[in-house]
Design a protein around this ligand. Structure first.
Ligand code: HEM
Length: 511
């Protein structure tokens, strides 16, 4: 008995040691170097551990998490070589127990392996996410950005009361996703659907850290009713319930002869037979935008608010640009984006310095591969170490400072930048890479620009003297959101009120 215990306890030390010496391809190439210890999870701030390891083992290193081999990329050139140039090999996904198997039941684009189902589901989603498709709902994005600023303005009683912006920003991103997915929206932050949908998105981020769940890496634990497993099951049921009900509501409206605007669920209903989609496909596909879109967008806007309130000199330059370019009579519209180069730089610097995903969902290799003499076996999970790449001193001097100037002169959109031939010329990697690159970049860029440029146009954004805002800590295990904070939003000029009141909020449909 004691012997067995000793073997179990020493496994984390012996297993990597033996494998590192023996795991090689037929030509003797060894796997990338890495720690001589087996890990079962990396929970708090895993990006810091990955950065420390990359300092020791180099820009391509390996670690074992339980029975899964991970290779971690901390260099832009290697990221481009593997994830983009060899995308045919590095574009699948590990079937995580919590995220893929329990919550999404092997469906939803984000966790689907690189196969025909993924191609089919991503194609369906792209019909709504392409730059061309956005034009059809551009007025909606514009309207929701208006409502965001208006609701914050009212809540703060015209700047008199400090505000925690989280739920307002959350509803903004939720409403955009609900419109694109279900042709509906919520009426206020107190709407039960706002509460439930935001809670689902937050719980999803809290449960699906790619390195944080021990149960993902030790199979026998998957048979035990652990708290994480129970939460994941409850989340699956909640998704089916909330979003299944909403699909039925869209269907009822269509059956009643209503002319529903184009949206994801309408497409799914109309093509269900032709695309051979079952009920779970329908639910998981319809929820993909709200799960993928809410928390990532919400975090980015919240990080922006935290950062800008702590950098008054940068805020003053942004205000000056707005006064010069759009003036105070009108606020920024989508077509003003290229003229507002400093605001664009502020947004890119927010995405670089506080990307919502320091450890984005890993890609999985589907063939053995040798890179620079190092062996990457089939079924290796490949992590884009965004935190490290975004803090590379050579590319981003003084990388821990918030300095939009580094992006002045970069006139490319994030999509355009993701395609530049030389990896070191890329703006940043916040949207991932290769064939799994976030399919919603166009929508995300438009939404971020409208919200951030208008927040700056309308308000002087300040922290509260006695409530420090942390730029280091965060909440969430896969997506990172700042810990709750409050700011004051003081209207910058008289035109703010009349412009905001010119649009009435309309409520469409509630769950
Ligand atoms: C600031 C906003 C956003 C950021 C930073 C972001 C970031 C990312 C990242 C890092 C990935 C993984 C890419 C990879 O594996 O290489 C991803 C995938 C994905 N994102 Fe986004 N995203 C954002 C907004 C959105 C929005 C608004 C939606 C929905 C409309 C969305 C839907 C998706 C989907 C469906 C995937 C899975 C793609 C696949 O596996 O094929 N994202 N995103």
């Amino acid at each position: 008995m004691l012997g067995i215990l000793v073997v179990i306890l020493s496994l984390p030390f012996i297993f990597p040691y033996i494998l590192r010496r023996n795991l090689q391809d037929k030509d003797g190439h060894m796997i990338p170097p890495g720690p001589l210890l087996l890990y079962y999870f990396l929970r708090s701030y895993p990006e810091r551990t990955l950065r420390a390891w990359s300092r020791i083992y180099g820009p391509l290193f390996s670690i074992w998490m339980g029975n899964q081999l991970f290779v971690v990329i901390s260099d832009a050139r290697i990221a481009k070589d593997l994830l983009v140039n060899n995308g045919a090999i590095f574009s699948s996904r590990k079937q995580y127990f919590i995220k893929s198997q329990t919550i999404l039941h092997g469906r939803g684009i984000t966790t689907t392996p690189y196969n025909d189902t993924w191609r089919q589901h991503r194609r369906i989603a792209m019909q709504l996410l392409s730059s061309k498709a956005i034009q059809s709902y551009a007025p909606v994005l514009d309207y929701e950005a208006h409502i965001l600023i208006r609701s914050m303005y009212h809540q703060t009683k015209m700047g008199a009361i400090p505000i925690n912006p989280a739920n307002f920003v959350g509803r903004y991103t939720l409403n955009n996703m609900l419109t694109i997915s279900f042709a509906t929206r919520t009426g206020s932050t107190l709407d039960p659907l706002t509460e439930r949908a935001l809670a689902i998105a937050t719980e999803f981020m809290n449960l699906t850290g790619p390195l944080s769940n021990i149960v993902d890496f030790i199979e026998p634990l998957q048979w035990i009713p652990t708290p994480k497993r129970s939460r994941a099951r409850r989340l699956h049921d909640e998704i089916m319930n909330v979003y299944g009900t909403m699909i039925m509501q869209v269907k009822a409206r269509m059956d009643a002869g209503e002319d529903i605007p184009d949206c994801l669920v309408k497409t799914l209903i109309l093509t269900q037979e032709e695309e051979k989609l079952d009920w779970e496909d329908m639910c998981m596909l319809s929820v993909v935008f709200t799960l993928g879109g809410i928390q990532s967008m919400k975090s980015t806007i919240l990080w922006f608010l935290a950062l800008i309130s702590l950098h008054p000199e940068i805020q003053a330059r942004a205000h000056a640009e707005l006064d010069r370019v759009t003036g105070r009579e009108h606020w920024p519209r989508a077509e003003d984006e290229q003229r507002l180069q400093y605001i664009r730089a502020v947004i890119k610097e927010t995405e670089r310095s506080h990307s919502p995903f320091w450890v984005p969902p890993p890609h999985l290799s589907t063939e053995d591969f040798v890179y620079n003499g190092m062996y990457i076996p089939k079924n290796t999970a490949v992590v884009l170490n965004c935190y490290d790449i975004h803090h590379n001193e050579a590319k981003y001097p003084d990388p821990f400072s918030f300095n939009p100037d580094r992006f002045l002169g970069d006139t490319l959109t994030c999509v355009e930048s993701s395609k530049v031939p030389n990896a070191v010329d890329l703006d940043h990697w916040a949207f991932g890479a290769g064939r799994r690159l976030c399919p919603a970049i166009h929508v995300a860029e438009r939404e971020l620009f409208l919200a951030i440029s208008r927040l700056l146009w309308a308000f002087d954004i300040r922290p509260l003297p006695d409530e420090p805002i942390s730029l280091e800590e965060y909440e969430g295990e896969s997506g990172r959101t700042p810990v709750p904070f409050r700011v004051t939003l003081t209207p910058r000029h008289d035109r703010v009120q009349s412009l905001l009141e010119a649009v009435e909020e309309v409520t469409l449909m509630k769950i």
